[in-house]
Design a protein around this ligand. Structure first.
Ligand SMILES: Cc1cc2nc3c(=O)[nH]c(=O)nc-3n(C[C@H](O)[C@H](O)[C@H](O)COP(=O)(O)OP(=O)(O)OC[C@H]3O[C@@H](n4cnc5c(N)ncnc54)[C@H](O)[C@@H]3O)c2cc1C
Ligand SMILES: NC(=O)C1=CN([C@@H]2O[C@H](COP(=O)(O)OP(=O)(O)OC[C@H]3O[C@@H](n4cnc5c(N)ncnc54)[C@H](OP(=O)(O)O)[C@@H]3O)[C@@H](O)[C@H]2O)C=CC1
Ligand SMILES: C=C(O[C@H]1[C@H](O)[C@@H](CO)O[C@H](OP(=O)(O)OP(=O)(O)OC[C@H]2O[C@@H](n3ccc(=O)[nH]c3=O)[C@H](O)[C@@H]2O)[C@@H]1NC(C)=O)C(=O)O
Length: 299
């Protein structure tokens, strides 16, 4: 149940029964009871101060690694994309950025300053907060390799400064103090030059476009790579490329991507994920684990 909020004191965007299909890159997902996009950090703190202590809360970036089930989410979603987007240089190589900023933007800001090390972020659709939560990575780079400090916020609006050692960080996995979300991070870059950084961004985007179905709705890689192997290789070897279930399909271009061909439901996608896991296990004995996060109720 949504608590009574003093909406007049809030400056953000509040929507009720907002379809989350509008806020995920798979373009599926049922409604959330309350969707709130804070105007800025101060407004976020004010919103959290007013929130019931038992209100289910979920933090949403671009929704590019998220399967929201068709029945939606009974609770409140805090949307950071396009909201917490401030950034500033704290020193000549240290960028402070809030969690709603696009990863692509961080990569461009650094390149324009002639710094390198975060070019891999250019092709990762999503917010910095999502990249911190997932330890997003590509082409040999990983988000947390660059993190010097983060700011977190809890459901009561309390802000803390935390260090990487406060978190357990692994491949596509981050565990930290419970009940805290990312508000901002300080990222350290290396000295470089503008041309080299911009060239590398272009090359990485070209490689990605050549191998991944970037123009079709997806969540990127559905499964983590198992140790010593590739989920895509195993899925292709199991003969699953192109496999369809309702509107969901294993991409012909990259077997670890499931695309929404137009009218997929979250159920189609979830059932196809389970089918791929079953058939890969039957063929190879390997249990694929999902990278994508799932929330909400089945309808
Ligand atoms: C075409 C395509 C290509 C992709 N390529 C890559 C790739 O190369 N490498 C890679 O790692 N990923 C890739 N992804 C997956 C995805 O883009 C990343 O995981 C990205 O970091 C998710 O960010 P987001 O803002 O969309 O997070 P969301 O999908 O909105 O959320 C993902 C998780 O992070 C949590 N979260 C979001 N913001 C915060 C916050 N501020 N504080 C705490 N938790 C938070 C959410 O609660 C959720 O659990 C790709 C996806 C697509 C669609
Ligand atoms: N969004 C999606 O649903 C999907 C995106 N992708 C791909 O993922 C990558 C990242 O996408 P997304 O997260 O949407 O981010 P965008 O590509 O939309 O870029 C995010 C922000 O970065 C800034 N930016 C982008 N290009 C430049 C530039 N040349 N110079 C300066 N600033 C720039 C802009 O900020 P500002 O507005 O402040 O100028 C922009 O809003 C892209 O390659 C995209 O094609 C793939 C699948 C789905
Ligand atoms: C897209 C994501 O991240 C991507 C990231 O963009 C790229 C680039 O660094 O490397 C990972 O993909 P990946 O391991 O599938 O990389 P690729 O180089 O495309 O493929 C790996 C291997 O699988 C084989 N392959 C790929 C696609 C395919 O349909 N069939 C196949 O057999 C390739 O031949 C290659 O030998 C990340 N995925 C994971 C789960 O680690 C994501 O996490 O969402």
């Amino acid at each position: 149940m949504m608590p009574a909020l003093n909406q007049q004191s809030l400056r953000g965007e509040m929507r009720f029964d907002e379809p989350l299909s509008r806020h995920t890159t798979w373009r599926v997902g049922g409604p959330v009871s309350c969707f709130y996009r804070p105007a800025d950090r101060e407004d976020l703190v004010r919103f959290l101060h007013q929130l019931d202590s038992d209100e289910p809360l979920f933090w949403l970036g671009l929704g590019s690694n998220l399967l929201v089930r068709d029945g939606g989410f009974k609770g409140t979603v805090i949307a950071t994309k396009g909201s917490l987007v401030a950034s500033e240089w704290r020193s000549d190589r240290l960028l402070y950025a809030e969690s709603g900023i696009a990863c692509a933007k961080v990569a461009r800001i650094a390149a324009r300053a002639g710094l390198c090390g975060v070019e891999f972020l250019a092709g990762i659709p999503g917010t910095l907060g999502g990249a911190l939560a997932m330890n997003a990575g590509a082409f040999g780079g990983e988000t947390w390799e660059r993190v010097v400090r983060v700011e977190t916020i809890d459901r009561f609006g309390e802000v803390r400064s935390r260090l990487p050692e406060d978190f357990e960080i692994a491949y596509r996995q981050v565990r930290g103090p419970s009940g805290e979300w990312f508000l901002a991070a300080e990222l350290e870059m290396e000295a470089g030059d503008v041309d080299a950084a911009q060239r590398r961004i272009r090359q990485l985007l070209e490689r990605r476009a050549a191998t991944q179905p970037t123009s079709q709705p997806s969540c990127g890689s559905v499964f983590r790579n198992p140790p010593g192997d590739f989920a895509a290789r195993l899925i292709e070897a199991a003969g699953l490329k192109g496999r369809r279930l309702g509107g969901a399909q294993v991409s012909e271009k990259h077997a670890n991507f499931i695309i929404n061909t137009g009218d997929a439901t979250a159920r189609d996608i979830e059932m196809l994920i389970a089918e791929v896991q079953r058939e890969v296990a039957a063929q190879s004995g390997i249990e694929l684990t999902t990278e994508v996060h799932r929330i909400g109720d089945s309808s």
